[in-house]
Every structure is written in structure tokens, then in C-alpha cells.
Design a binder for this molecule. Structure first.
Ligand code: ARG
Ligand code: ZN
Length: 871
């Protein structure tokens, strides 16, 4: 049954203080809560019963009101509620409940990971710990008492500050934590275990010393230095960029191996999936280093955008997530290269979020309804949400945006608010009218912007005509025009940037405001027809269509002052050529193309002034996933064939360039995760991947040498991936050597599982089945499930096997996981939700698997995704 935003009501009761006691035992945990409650004056006069949320895994032992123990006739327990009929206006409710963390395979609430206890409460995990008003607009001051056997659990943590420590009569240790900041239950956290710690200190801009601690299992404590430095950079950056200082005296991070998502911003006690925190040169690739830095920053930034100011209800999730993603993106851009970061983020958005927005689960950034909120931690809420904040930044300019953010934090500190409140603060501080702009929050689907142009030589006027259109999405048949900021520059035919005048403003770059369904924009002061550089920096999350000639694209690729659009031009050129090849493949023709892309590549490979990271991004052909997003219908085998063909052709034409660039950028010396070295490694490894494609013997040997001699995981894993992806004669040997070398490093083993599972071969399914039987696999560990089943979903020949065996296999796994871990099961459904776009023969097979899943007894999570996909 769905929940609707329009039905929102303030809570009938408030909880001013929450006192929790956890008595941790191996088989069971007893949770005692004392909730200081009162009726909410904002709700109005009422005698409504008190309804508390609680999962079916919570066993009620006893409940008392103001120390009067309630007899069974005065309360009712249903599957997910505790209902108390008669209450005073103000009272203390005491609840004693029993839970079994070691049997908690959902990884929501309190559970075991390795030998420790840990929690995950967002969004609605707290109700699996005890009965509570588990909604983000109920904010409370928490005091948490942890009782445990100190020999097994020497470290016992919760939110805020440790305020007391002692012993029980039986000799168990008692630790009391107090968090002075009121917070919703989703930000509660508890950790207990035998953990090692790394300590540090951060001095805030107002000269307060904050104690920093990162906890891991003992064998991992040598891998937290990078995260600690990233944390300090984040703390400084938030002071400088947003004027936000940390507020408690201590900030802790704990790494756990079993975690459904990336990480969690619990107040003062962040909990991380170890894959998003641990890093060392030998075991961590450059990409993973950057991911660690970004996620450490993201969770830290939530302390203000999320914790101090939180969400009124879960429909507002993007209030904190969209804003915080924008903040972490800007941070990473400041730490490294702005253009590289932008290209990576946009490539991801256009591949994955655009696909979501075009599929059966499409929803607005602020959804209007949901069945299970866990299903809405999506690319739309996070990434498109961040694009909305970025557009506000573009519309206001940096200074007014900062004023808006200051006002937002000042006005709403300590409150649970809405996306409307965020926009109102931005509007009030800047005077910029955002009323039409707000439609971005409520309309699903990716707008298309169709651009045509004309030039009037007699007046020197260039005109752009833009038409916008947002496609229908489930539940939203018609759409209104949105406010789209289109950043535009003009180039002359030699590639020089032109100055032009738009509505009396002379500039080289203009932000055009497309607000109607169709609109003209005039540029005056020109002497010849320009080449437009449209949507610079990807100024809006739209599909832009303009009929560029190959010459135009080559010009933009080599000369645009906007680095993002240079990349974008290369992608458009590549997509054009790939689409020609895909069509040939579908039609059963012999593939052939006279690639113009090679010309552009040659220029780049010979321009030493360019950032090697940008060159690598341009050289990376559009992914199979992105080509699938663009295609309708999708012919997986044709996409793969076309991409392989173009890559081989480019490799053969440019073999000497790739070979030279490979050697030029072979970084030696001590590994450092710094932008310059990361850039060179990425170009080197991209060049190697092309060079090997030619079948050249020196190249084959270079792969082997790099695999053997690399002093860092980036180079070793790149060599291994290239060997596997190019069906190198030694690929199987390298895979087993790699496993032998790293079998005691679970995070590296996960990479091995992923690469093994995504191999293109007719035996892909057999491989995946044997991986699931491998000692390194564990169905209870989300990272391993994601590696193997997520990896398999990427293999065109395995997953999309013509006989449908790949789909059947994935469906079987979803059915098993549905019972154990509904969140993970639901995520695994994503590739199956694309069935309507697949070529007919595959589409029916995929649909049949969804129907088979739907016939099972399903969790809300899986039910929502599968039923909506079939609707
Ligand atoms: N708030 C966390 C983050 O964005 C994500 C936690 C989501 N967890 C979940 N089970 N849905 O950093
Ligand atoms: Zn977040």
C-alpha cells in the first residue's frame, strides 16, 4: 500500500527526550527505552491513541506509562505497530523489547557484522530496534547506555559524547553517551566491538579542538590514513566554502564489512561500508581513492545538510541528498580537476539517471508517493537532485547562492523541513524568482531541448530557436515547461571564442533562460555564422539535440574553451559512428566505417598541453550502458559488436600514438593518489587498452609486465582488466594469480569477483555459478553480492544470452535474497526493469522472469519495483 505526500500531517505526539539502554548479549539484546513524550500542540486538540512503529522482529516484553505497567487490555501490538489507547498529555513511556541482532540479515536496525554490533537506521531501521515514532520530523535528545562484556566489546560507541563509564554487578561494562543535538531516530547509531582506532585532532576556525577517531577491525587500521586526511580536508572546506563549522567535541567513523549502502551520516558517529573508507596503494585503485574521499566528505557535510537541518518527511529526501551530493561534487572539483569531475558526474548521470527517468520506476526528485522508501535512494533523488541545486547555483551566481545557503541554515537550524523551504531561502536571499523553477522537483522525466539556428548576414544576427519537451512518465501524462538555464558560447570557424550581444549584454558566454515550450534567442554583433557551444558545463540535466556536422564537432573537440563541451563533442561524434555500426550489425551487414573520430583522437594524443585525465576521458568510447540508454530498442549483441569494432579500428589506425603515449605516461616511483599522477595513470592505461587491441606482441607483453611489476592496485588491476577484456592468451592465468596474491584482502577479492563475473564469454553463466560456490563468496555480504550479480548484469553475452538463461538466473537469486535482504534484492531488479526497451526476442524472456518473481511472497521492496515494472 502506497503512502502519499499529500497526506502529510504533523505528528500527534513529540518525544523531547529519548533514553535507551542496550544490554548486548550473544543471542539476544534487550532494549529498554524511556521516551519523554507529550501531545504536539501543532497537531491541535486530540485524544488520538499513541501509535508507535515497530518491526515484526521486535518482541515486546513490557510497556509502562509513568511507571505504571500497562496490562494487556490497555495496548495492542500488530505486525508493525504498538497502539496505546489512553494517554495523558505528557508522560514517560517505558518499553522493554527483545531483538536478535545475529539473525538480522536485512542489515537494518541493530545487526552483527563480523564480530561487532552495528546499526543502520535510515530510513526506517530504528523501528527494528524498538517501538518509536520513527519519522524524521520527530526530533529528540538521545542518551544511550550500552551494557556489554568488555572482553569481547572493548569499544562501545553511540552518538555525541561519552559521559559515564562503570560496571554492573555481574561485571559487565556500562558506557553512557549523550548527544545534545535533537535528532530524528534515523540518525541514531550504536557500535560495539573489538576495534582498533586511529586518533587525530582538527582545530576549527573558531579554535575549538575536535577529537577525530576512525575505528576498524584490527587488521585494517593501517588503511585509514587517507580517509583521515580526507576528513580534515572536508572539515576545512565546509568552513571555507559554506561557513559551516563542526559542532560536537568528537567525530567518529567506523568501518563495517556488511553494509547495504555506501555510508551513513549518524550524528557524530558515521558508519561506513569498509569499501568506501579503507585505502592503501597496494589494494586500492585511483578511482576507489577518489570515491573514499568523496564519501567521507559527503557524510561529513551531512552534519549540516541533513542533521542540523533535516527532512520533514521522506518525500523530501533530496533536500539533504541532492544538496549534499552537490556539496561533495564541488569539494572534489576543488580538490582535483573541476572539468574531469564534471565529465565523470555527467557521464554517470546520463547513463544511469537518464535510464531510470525513462523507465518504469521514473519518479520526481521529490516523489509524490512510495510503497517502500528504501527504493527511493535513487539516482534521481541523489544525482538529479544535485543537478537541481547546481542549476540554482547557476541562476543565482556564487555569491547569492552562498547567501541563500546561509539563510537556509540560519532559518532552519534544528528543524525538519521541505524542499520548498530550501528554495524559499534561496529565493528570499537572492531576489531571484524560482517559482517556475520549482517544477524540477515535481516533474519526472528528462526534458529534451531541440535547438535549431539561423544566421542573418545583413544584420549580423544569429538566432537560436529552442523547444523543450518532457516525456510522459508513469502517473504523469502531461508536463509543463521547466526553467532551463542554457549556458552558451559561440566559436568562429577557426575555433576562436566570439563576443556577442544578447539583450544588450556583451559577453563571450551567456546563460539563456528557456522557460517556454518554444523560445528564440538573438545574438547580435557577429560577422559570420558561428558554431554554437551549447549547454556548457552541462548547465541543465536535459537531452540536447542540435544537428552538428562532423566538422563542427571536430572543431568543438579541439577548440572549445569549455573543457566539458570538448568532451561532449567527442562523445557525440563517437555516438554517431557507433550508431551507424550498430545499425549495420542489426541489419546483418559487414561492419565498416571511415572513422572521423580518429582525426580528433590523433590531435589530442599529440597535444602535450592537455590534461592527460581529460584525454583519457575523451578516448574512452561511450559505454555499453550509455549506448543502451540511447537505443530503442536495445540490441545488446549489436552494441557490443559495434563498440568492439570501432575500438579495434581506432587502435589500428593510431597504434603508434597509443604505444608512445603508453610509454610517456608510465608513472614510476612511489604511489601517490594525487591528481597529476592519477591523470597520467588513467591515460597510460587507456592507451594500453587500445594498443593491446591491435594484437601487437609488444603490447601483449606490456600487459604481462605491468601486471607483474606494478607497485599499486591501479596499474595491476588495469593490466588484469585489459587482459580479461581483450581475451589475452594469459587472461585465465592472471586471474588465478591475482586471486592467490590477494585472497586475504576481501576488498581486492571483491574486485576479482566483479571482473570474473562480468567476463564476456559463452560460458559466462557457468563462471558465475562457480563464483557463487567459491569460498570467497558470501550471500550475506552485500558487497560480494553486488560484485558477482552486479558484474554479471554487465556482461552482454552472459546476462543477455539469447536463451534467456541469464535473466532466469538473476531472477532466481532475487527470489532467494528477497527473504534475506529485501533492500539488496530490490536493487538487483534494476536490469530487469528495462525489459520494455529490449529487442522483442529478449524482451518477452525478461518479462516472463519479472512475472515469475511477482508470483512469490514478496517484501515491499521487491514488490514495488517488480509490480511497477510490469504495470
Ligand atoms: N544517507 C546515506 C547517504 O546518503 C544513505 C543511507 C541510505 N540507506 C538506506 N538503507 N536506504 O549517505
Ligand atoms: Zn547522503
Amino acid at each position: 500500500s502506497a503512502i502519499f505526500l499529500k497526506d502529510y500531517k504533523v505528528p500527534p505526539f513529540l518525544i523531547d527526550k529519548t533514553e535507551l539502554t542496550f544490554d548486548l548479549e550473544e543471542a539476544t539484546t534487550i532494549v529498554t527505552s524511556r521516551l519523554h513524550m507529550r501531545r504536539n500542540p501543532a497537531f491541535g486538540k486530540s485524544t488520538a491513541p499513541l501509535v508507535l512503529d515497530g518491526g515484526e522482529d521486535v518482541k515486546l516484553i513490557g510497556v509502562a506509562m509513568d511507571n505504571y505497567s500497562l496490562p494487556p487490555e490497555e495496548y495492542r501490538v500488530s505486525e508493525d505497530k504498538l497502539i496505546i489507547t489512553a494517554t495523558a498529555d505528557k508522560f514517560v513511556l517505558t518499553c522493554e523489547t527483545l531483538i536478535e541482532p545475529q539473525n538480522n540479515t536485512r542489515l537494518e536496525g541493530l545487526y552483527r557484522s563480523s564480530s561487532m554490533f552495528c546499526t543502520q537506521c535510515e530510513a526506517e531501521g530504528f523501528r527494528h530496534i524498538t517501538y518509536y515514532l520513527d519519522r524524521p520530523d520527530v526530533m529528540s535528545v538521545f542518551t544511550t547506555t550500552i551494557i556489554a562484556d568488555e572482553s569481547r566489546y572493548p569499544v562501545m560507541l553511540s552518538n555525541g559524547n561519552e559521559v559515564e563509564r562503570g560496571k554492573t554487578e555481574e561485571g559487565k561494562t556500562v558506557v553512557v553517551w549523550h548527544d545534545p543535538f535533537p535528532k530524528p531516530a534515523y540518525l541514531f547509531a550504536l557500535v560495539a566491538g573489538d576495534l582498533a582506532v586511529k586518533n587525530d585532532v582538527f582545530t576549527t576556525q573558531s579554535q575549538r579542538d575536535v577529537k577525530l577517531q576512525i575505528f576498524t577491525e584490527t587488521h585494517n587500521i593501517d588503511k585509514v590514513d587517507y580517509a583521515m586526511e580526507a576528513l580534515k580536508r572536508s572539515m576545512r572546506w565546509d568552513e571555507e566554502a559554506y561557513g559551516r563549522e563542526y559542532d560536537l567535541d568528537i567525530f567518529m567513523i567506523v568501518a563495517v564489512d556488511d553494509f547495504n549502502m555506501g555510508a551513513m551520516e549518524n550524528k557524530g558517529l558515521n558508519i561506513f561500508n569498509s569499501s568506501c573508507l579503507l585505502a592503501s596503494p597496494e589494494t586500492t585503485t585511483d578511482d576507489n581513492y577518489l570515491r573514499v574521499e568523496a564519501i567521507v566528505a559527503h557524510e561529513y557535510f551531512h552534519n549540516w545538510s541533513g542533521n542540523r537541518v533535516t527532512c520533514r518527511d521522506w518525500f523530501q529526501l533530496s533536500l539533504k541528498e541532492g544538496f549534499t551530493v552537490f556539496r561533495d561534487q564541488t569539494f572534489s572539483a576543488d580538490m582535483h580537476s573541476e572539468t574531469v569531475k564534471r565529465v565523470e558526474d555527467v557521464a554517470f548521470l546520463k547513463t544511469a539517471q537518464f535510464a531510470e527517468d525513462a523507465g518504469p520506476m521514473a519518479h520526481p526528485v521529490r516523489p509524490a508517493s512510495f510503497i517502500e522508501i528504501s527504493n527511493f535512494y535513487t539516482l534521481t533523488v541523489y544525482e538529479k537532485g544535485a543537478e537541481i541545486v547546481r542549476m540554482i547555483h547557476t541562476l543565482l551566481g556564487a555569491e547569492k547562492f552562498r547567501a541563500g545557503s546561509d539563510l537556509y541554515f540560519e532559518r532552519h537550524d534544528g528543524q525538519a523541513v521541505t524542499c520548498d523551504d530550501f528554495v524559499a531561502a534561496m529565493q528570499d536571499a537572492s531576489g531571484v524568482d524560482l517559482s517556475q523553477f520549482k517544477r524540477w522537483y515535481s516533474q519526472a522525466g528528462t526534458p529534451t531541448v531541440l535547438v535549431t539556428d539561423s544566421f542573418d548576414e545583413s544584420t549580423g544576427t544569429y538566432r537560436l530557436t529552442m523547444k523543450q519537451d518532457t516525456p510522459a512518465t508513469p502517473g504523469q501524462p502531461t508536463k509543463l515547461a521547466v526553467h532551463i538555464p542554457v549556458r552558451v558560447g559561440l566559436l568562429d570557424p577557426q575555433g576562436a571564442e566570439l563576443t556577442s550581444s544578447v539583450q544588450g549584454v556583451d559577453a563571450q558566454e551567456h546563460v539563456l533562460h528557456l522557460t517556454s515550450n518554444e523560445q528564440d534567442f538573438e545574438f547580435t554583433g557577429l560577422t559570420a555564422r558561428p558554431v554554437p557551444s551549447l549547454l556548457r558545463g552541462f548547465s541543465a540535466p536535459v537531452k540536447l539535440r542540435y544537428d552538428y556536422s562532423t566538422t563542427d564537432l571536430l572543431l568543438l573537440m579541439s577548440s572549445d574553451t569549455d573543457g566539458f563541451n570538448r568532451w561532449s563533442a567527442s562523445q557525440q561524434l563517437a555516438v554517431g559512428e557507433l550508431n551507424t555500426l550498430i545499425k549495420q550489425s542489426i541489419d546483418g551487414e559487414t561492419l565498416s566505417i571511415d572513422s572521423q573520430l580518429a582525426l580528433g583522437f590523433k590531435t589530442l594524443l599529440n597535444d602535450a598541453s592537455l590534461d592527460p585525465a581529460m584525454v583519457a576521458l575523451v578516448l574512452a568510447l561511450p559505454s555499453q550502458a550509455y549506448l543502451s540508454e540511447l537505443a530503442n530498442p536495445i540490441y545488446p549483441a549489436a552494441i557490443k559488436q559495434a563498440r568492439d569494432f570501432l575500438k579495434a579500428q581506432l587502435a589500428n589506425v593510431l597504434i603508434e600514438d597509443f604505444k608512445r603515449v603508453y610509454h610517456e605516461h608510465n608513472v614510476t616511483g612511489e604511489y601517490q593518489a594525487v591528481a597529476e599522477d592519477i591523470a597520467r595513470r588513467s591515460l597510460k592505461n587507456t592507451a594500453l587498452s587500445y594498443w593491446v587491441e591491435t594484437g601487437n606482441e609488444l603490447a601483449q607483453q606490456a600487459v604481462l609486465d605491468q601486471f607483474q611489476s606494478a607497485n599499486n592496485m591501479t596499474d595491476q588491476f588495469a593490466a588484469l582488466s585489459i587482459a580479461v577484456n581483450t581475451q589475452h592468451a594469459k587472461a585465465a592465468d592472471l586471474l588465478s594469480a591475482f586471486y592467490e596474491q590477494w585472497k586475504n584482502e576481501p576488498l581486492v577479492v571483491n574486485k576479482w569477483l566483479m571482473l570474473s563475473a562480468s567476463q564476456e564469454s559463452d560460458a559466462a553463466l557457468t563462471t558465475v555459478k562457480s563464483l557463487m560456490a567459491h569460498p570467497a563468496f558470501d550471500l550475506k555480504n552485500p558487497n560480494k553480492v553486488r560484485s558477482v550479480l552486479g558484474g554479471f548484469g554487465q556482461s552482454m553475452s552472459g546476462f543477455h544470452n539469447a536463451d534467456g538463461s541469464g535473466y532466469r538466473f538473476l531472477a532466481d537469486q532475487i527470489i532467494v535474497l528477497n527473504k534475506k535482504n529485501p533492500q539488496i534484492a530490490s536493487r538487483l531488479c534494476t536490469p530487469l526493469t528495462r525489459w520494455k526497451k529490449l529487442q522483442p526476442e529478449l524482451s518477452v524472456k525478461m518479462k516472463a522472469e519479472l512475472e515469475r518473481i511477482l508470483a512469490e511472497d514478496l517484501s515491499k521492496d521487491v514488490y514495488e519495483v517488480v509490480s511497477k515494472s510490469l504495470a
